[in-house]
Ligand binder design. Sequence first.
Ligand SMILES: NC(=O)CC[C@H](N)C(=O)O
Length: 313
Amino acid sequence: MNELNWNAINAGLPRWMEEARGIAPLGKVASYIPELSKADPEALGFHILAADGKSLSAGDCGQRFTMQSISKVFTLMLALMDNGEERVFSKVGMEPTGDSFNSMLKLELVQPGIPFNPLINAGAIVISSLIAGSSNEEKSERIAAFLGRLAGGGPLELDEATYRSESSSGHLNRSMAYFLTDNGVLESAVEDVLEVYFKHCSLLVDCGQLARMALVLSLDGLDPVSGERLIPRRFVQIAKTFMVTCGMYNGSGEFAIDVGLPAKSGVSGGILALLPGRAGIGVVGPSLNRHGNSIAGVHLLETLSKEFDWSLF
Ligand SMILES: NC(=O)CC[C@H](N)C(=O)O
């Protein structure tokens, strides 16, 4: 396991951050969830945390934002822990779609009518219905506690305003959930499933917490401090593979070529990325490219990956 070149990262980071921030105006902050449109398009934060506990942060790394689709990687692993592989993959597939994250096109085009993968909205909605718990509250609490544990602390906090904003504007997600019910894929009532889904998308983190969660994945599910197993290795392997094939939506191929690391983005502008066995990374930059990925965040990761030869491929 080679050491990160901390001196060089530290020396180059201010310039690379400025360069990345400079292209933020070429993208757009998400506005289909009204609450997200309040984010500062020029904000950019970065945090890297290595397995030996060394870390480095830059820019607006103290800023909190909602996890959005980044949470889908973790609900997938929790659903796998609750149900096992066979049951989960009877309800969602394993293939990239090539369509945007909120597309429902292929639900009707391909049989059986299950979502192509757990990281598009339709797939993550199905995954929300597989989280164990006797009530919506218990399911949401389990997710917030699981995510918080990986981030190194107590349960993550819900951003109520974003949750309400998502729920009241989520017509497309709602229609997908009804479609999935009609296909016999969703077992619980639409509104119950969506409450769990919208709530996990609205959990708050900062870049440091994202990096801490990413580090657990980079260590194949082990807590970096106690060494305790938090997630079975097989389920982390599944999650990391999905991150490579679908984590950046229909920009995943380009990202694999330009950056070459398992990563997951969210429409609030967050990106979680990892260097296997070595480090976790959290980035935020709310201005998005056409695929819904942080434009400055992707640029920054690309620069770092090329500079330090981080690509796995
Ligand atoms: N790409 C994303 O981050 C999408 C998540 C968002 N909560 C939605 O349902 O549309």
